[in-house]
Every structure is written in C-alpha cells, then in structure tokens.
Design a protein around this ligand. Sequence first.
Ligand code: NAP
Ligand code: ZN
Ligand code: ZN
Length: 419
Amino acid sequence: MQKNTSKPAKREIYYNRRLQLIGVICVERINLQNLIFNPQNEKLINMEAVRSTAEGVVAINGKEVKAFGTEAADADLQQLNINRREPTPHDVEIDILFCGVCHSDLHTVRNEWHGTVYPCVPGHEIVGKVVSVGNHVTKFKAGDLAAVGCMVDSCRECQYCKEGLEQFCEEGNIGTYNSPDKHMGTRTYGGYSESIVVDEAFVLKVPENLDLAATAPLLCAGITTYSPLKHWNVGPGKKVGIVGIGGLGHMGVKLAKAMGAEVIVFTTSPSKVEDAKRLGADEVVLSKDANQMKQYAGKLHFILDAVSAKHDINAYLNLLRVDGSLALVGAPEQPLPVAAFSLIPYRRSFAGSLIGGIAETQEMLDFCGKHNIVADIEIINIQQINEAYGRLLKGDVKYRFVIDMTSLKNQQSGQEKNN
Ligand code: NAP
Ligand code: ZN
Ligand code: ZN
C-alpha cells in the first residue's frame, strides 16, 4: 500500500514514491490537487475508497496481485506484485483470463517512445470474468465476461470525450498502462496481471459466440484497424492496401474484407503470402519486389500501414489514386521521411489514427460477433513472454500471442519458492 504524503493546499506537489515491492525510488510530479481534491473531478475518484490521514493525505484501499512487468528498458519482464484498488461504486473488478501481446507493449517496455515510467506492467488486450462490481454499476454483474482495451479513463467532459473520441481527450486519455493512476497515485498497470479494476464506462461487453482467447486481440489490434477503415469509408468498390501482416495487419485484412472491400496485402515475409489469402486477401504483394509493387502504382483508394519498424513510406504513398489516403497506425521508433512528390501530384493524404473510442470499440466487438471474426493466435504462458518479444521482433508470430493468465496465477512467487 502506497501513501501520498503531500499538503493539499499546494497547487502542484512533488513527492517521492517508494516502490517498496521492488526497491526502486522514483520522483514523480503529480498534480494531486486536481486529481483528488478538485470537486470537478469527483467522478474520477471515489471517496468511499479513499482514506484521509491527519495531514490531509489521501490513500486508497487496495489489494496486492501478481503481475509481470519490468523495472528497466533493458531488463527482462519478470514477476512482481502490484496494488489494485478496491472497486469503487462505479468500478468493475475483472479476473483476467487472457491478455494479448501488442507490439506497443514491447515499444513501451523498452522505452522506445521515451515516456516509460518503471515499473511497467504492459497489456491492453484484456478479457476476463467479472468478480465484483460497485453498487452503482449497471452494465455488469459478477460472472459476466468483460473486456478492457487501451484506455481505462479520460476527462469525460471535453468535446472529444463527449463525441465518443476519448482517445483524443483534451486532458489526455488514461492508458491501461504507463499513465498516471488517479486512484492509486502510481502509474496504471496493464493486463499482464491477475486482475484489474476499471470504471464500467471503460469496460466492454464481449460477444458470447466468440472464442475468448482469440477475442482478446480485438481490444487493440481490432479497434486500431476497424476505426480507420470506417473513418476512411472502406467498403464495396474500394481497393484497400494493408501493409505489415502482424497482429494489427492481419485484423485489418479480416475487417476490410468483412466491410466488403477488395483487399491487397503488402508483406515483407514470403511465408505470409499464401496465408494472407486464407485471411481474406484478394491479392498479396511481396513488398521487397519492385516489379510487383509497380503494378499497383496509383491504384489504391486507401492504405492502412501497420508496420512496427522504419520503412519507406513513399513506396506506399505512390500506390494511392488521386485523393487516396494512407493512414499510419504502426508507430516505429524513428521518423518516416515523406517526399513532397509522393503527395503533391495525386493530391494524396498521409494521415495517422489512434486506437478508437469506447463506443466504437463496442461497435467493433459487436461487428466481430456478427461476422464471426477473431484473431489468429498462439497461446503462451506468461513465463514465455520474453521469448515471445524476441519472436515478435522477428515477425515470427501468426499473428498474435495471447497469454493464458492461469499461468501467472499458478506461478509461485520468488518468496514462496524459497520457503
Ligand atoms: P507486429 O505484430 O509485430 O506486426 C508488425 C508487422 O510489421 C510485422 O509482422 C511485419 O509484417 C512488419 N514489419 C516488421 N518489421 C518490419 C520492417 N523492418 N520492415 C518492414 N515491415 C516490417 O506488431 P503489431 O502489434 O501489429 O503493431 C504494429 C505497430 O502498430 C506497432 O508499431 C504498434 O506499436 C503500433 N500500434 C499502434 C496503435 C495505434 O493506435 N496507432 C495501436 C496498436 C499498435 P510483414 O511480415 O507482413 O512484413
Ligand atoms: Zn496495442
Ligand atoms: Zn476529455
């Protein structure tokens, strides 16, 4: 249990957070006044679960659960313990059954986007069973299936939140991991853990007809591809390119096909050529073959680029028709230089897209339920996660690792092992 020792009168407070469990000392700047004492934020923190101390210090009740995470960018993931808050009246407590492994987990764990605070517990493709709910929760009850994706909260009051675009919240969405945790005063910790507690407004309903493990990747890979495909009106009569057939890309193929588009896959992996057709691709192009690429110059209405590493974006922009758009969802560590004449002659657009809002995530899950769409997965135990990251970097997964979280529940802690 961690306590914040600060004076509420000060507008901004610096405090040392003792991470007792792993012995790391971090200094973090947190605006506790806004997070805890500002009445406008009362929805974000529930006072029933908050204890006030003599100095006006605030701490929240919680329980320790097992998780897998890392303490440094160059360290392996290993078991550690984290605190989960006691469910407040609006919260849903979920026993995590499966968690997908997104390349963003790897980027974050290794601090490739330069904002990681350690310890870091990744995982934002979460499915599980509800174990308890707060007394104001209306959408869920104990025993229900439930899912959590990339966000666990947002301000809920800005224009974007009101429009269901919580991912673009003006105050910044609260990510499922590596975001400030307004309740606990730590960072948020993700789905590589036994359980999670989330406000019901950010918990999704899982279609009952889908395989649960294979549904987990829909929570990030599914929505991150569904949202731009919808936004750029992908459907019948449209030629759509999907670049990079990993976790996101393979979902993009399935979803674009189900939306009625003609789908052309671009892959660097010869081993994925035949498989991409099985996933629904009408045509498959080996992107390293310049002759194959040339045949598609100026032909595509829309391209979704889900590549995780640096690559030549101009090679794909040149495939767009007049007024065509390329939306980047892949988030390589390094910039992707764009040549002016990849865009100008055909009035092309180069865009980006970030996950999707909560209502749209539910819409995507329902769409997948209706069309029987799930991810192609390889189930692993949590103890294989470091090896899985190595394989992810080599593109050696068809097409998403999903962790069976019973492997974490069954793992003895280091302390228990020594006894
Ligand atoms: P992934 O499973 O590792 O797939 C990435 C694919 O990119 C690989 O399978 C490979 O496809 C291709 N690729 C990898 N290295 C390459 C290279 N050097 N040159 C060309 N192609 C290469 O990753 P993922 O989980 O799908 O995530 C993809 C990216 O999207 C990551 O950067 C992730 O952080 C990002 N992401 C963004 C959002 C968002 O909201 N925008 C959300 C989630 C994830 P082929 O073998 O077919 O070439
Ligand atoms: Zn993700
Ligand atoms: Zn907002």
